[in-house]
Design a protein around this ligand. Structure first.
Ligand SMILES: *Cc1c(COP(=O)(O)O)cnc(C)c1O
Length: 440
């Protein structure tokens, strides 16, 4: 399949789109088509890796990565994705935090790393590639974990100073080796702007093989379809009903994957976007013009996004804004509501929620109260383990949370960061130094 540039640059094949991340025009790559698959052919696909292979085959068709698809899925998508029934009837949670860094970003990061490792010589990933990642918390650690100590890859992670949790920051700085952690004096949007700048800077591109692992990367977006496809098929087989989902949303990468899975015929029902107080999507889906904003800091920091980078892709699939607005619902949740949901979590659902997941739980409660429909099956998507945000969660539930083993191991290693101003020349200088260091 070919991949089109949302800003009308030349189309490319899959491995090219994965290798460069952002299109040279500054646009995003989108699949030329979303084929509708025959679900009768999905019956042999049971595990996440098998469902992924079935769902992703059309995108890989004709590409030099196609012969590797099965191996890539088996290497990267071995993580658990339990769909658990909650104490409230017709309510489920799809847990996406059982990977090495305890957030859903592990799926995309591992898949991207597995793809890049299989590109032939001369392509990104095979030749001293520098991967740039702006992170509002979880992406950076997932990418760092996926690429740590891989040969010929250097990862530069930018995070907004003071805007990520202490454990998230520790995770970012604890890898060392080929992973560089930059602490940027600014917001996540500043970090994202610096990465976009570097990827489009001719001088940098002539000196370094640059790639991006942000949620704009197709290599992350595509595999995220697989857990929605898997959960919807599993639910359909068990209950003969589509699975409606509420998705904690920031840059719209996770939710966009659900949209794509539904378009391809997987039995995903309604898709609702839950955001924190950054309410750009709520206003747009309520009928306003799309108006990106400066992000504000919230308890759900990995969703502190004022200009969702995948919005351009979502818009691409729809004729006009009205059609898009009619297809989805988005709702913003305040910090006070997040706190209340976490406080009530164990009594009401038998669960401890992370602040991101709590936004989805709140939105589901509101949807049900407003519609009076308590019989449809809904899943909230749990995007991170609550122990990653212990300083928020533990005071609310009044006890300490056990830390997942992989996270505990990372917290025991020392962490190091380099502080940096949020401006382009400084970042460029840092990257140029990296290129000289590579030559020496
Ligand atoms: C990244 C992240 C989100 C938001 O996902 P997007 O793909 O950016 O919409 C939500 N929750 C957690 C825990 C995250 O790390």
């Amino acid at each position: 399949m070919q991949f089109l540039d949302t800003r009308d640059g030349p189309s490319v094949s899959l491995h090219q789109a994965i290798a460069c991340g952002l299109a040279p025009s500054g646009g995003l790559y989108v699949p030329a088509a979303l084929p509708v698959l025959n679900m009768a052919e999905a019956h042999h696909a049971q595990t996440l890796a098998e469902v992924a292979e079935f769902a992703l085959a059309p995108f890989f068709a004709g590409d030099l990565l196609a012969p590797h698809l099965a191996d890539i899925c088996r290497e990267a998508l071995t993580l658990e994705t339990p769909l658990k029934a909650l104490m409230v009837e017709h309510s489920y949670v799809l847990e996406l935090f059982h990977g090495p860094t305890a957030a859903f970003k592990d799926f995309g990061a591992r898949f991207l790393a597995a793809c890049l490792a299989r590109l032939p010589a001369g392509q990104a990933g095979s030749q001293e590639t520098t991967i740039l990642v702006a992170t509002s918390g979880d992406t950076g650690a997932a990418v760092a974990a996926a690429f740590h100590q891989r040969e010929k890859v250097r990862v530069v992670v930018l995070h907004p100073a003071g805007r990520v949790s202490a454990r998230q920051a520790h995770q970012l700085g604890c890898f060392g080796d080929n992973i560089h952690s930059l602490q940027v004096a600014g917001s996540f949007d500043d970090c994202q702007r610096l990465v976009k700048f570097a990827l489009n800077d001719d001088e940098l591109r002539s000196q370094l093989t640059l790639s991006s692992a942000n949620s704009i990367s197709l290599g992350r977006l595509l595999p995220q379809m697989s857990y929605y496809a898997w959960a919807a098929l599993t639910h359909q087989r068990a209950r003969q009903q589509p699975l409606n989902v509420v998705i904690p949303t920031g840059n719209l990468g996770n939710a966009l994957a659900a949209v794509m899975a539904r378009r391809m015929g997987f039995p995903v029902g309604k898709i609702v976007f839950a955001t924190n107080a950054n309410a750009v999507l709520e206003r747009f889906f309520a009928g306003d013009d799309y108006q990106p904003q400066t992000s504000v800091a919230t308890l759900a920091n990995a969703m502190d996004v004022g200009a969702p980078s995948n919005f351009e892709r979502l818009r691409w699939w729809y004729e006009n804004d009205l059609e898009l607005q009619n297809a989805f619902h988005a709702q913003a949740v305040s910090d006070a509501e997040i706190e209340q949901i976490i406080r009530q979590g164990e009594d009401r659902y038998g669960q401890v929620w992370c602040p991101h997941t709590a936004t989805a739980v709140n939105v589901l409660e509101q949807l049900r109260a407003q519609s009076g429909d308590w019989d449809a099956d809904w899943a909230v998507v749990a995007t991170a383990h609550p122990a990653k945000f212990e300083t928020i969660v533990e005071p609310l539930i009044g006890r300490a949370l056990p830390v997942p083993q992989a996270l505990a191991a990372m917290l025991q290693r020392p962490a190091q960061h380099l502080a940096m101003a949020a401006d382009e020349p400084t970042f460029k200088q840092f990257l140029m130094q990296q290129s000289y260091r590579a030559v020496v």
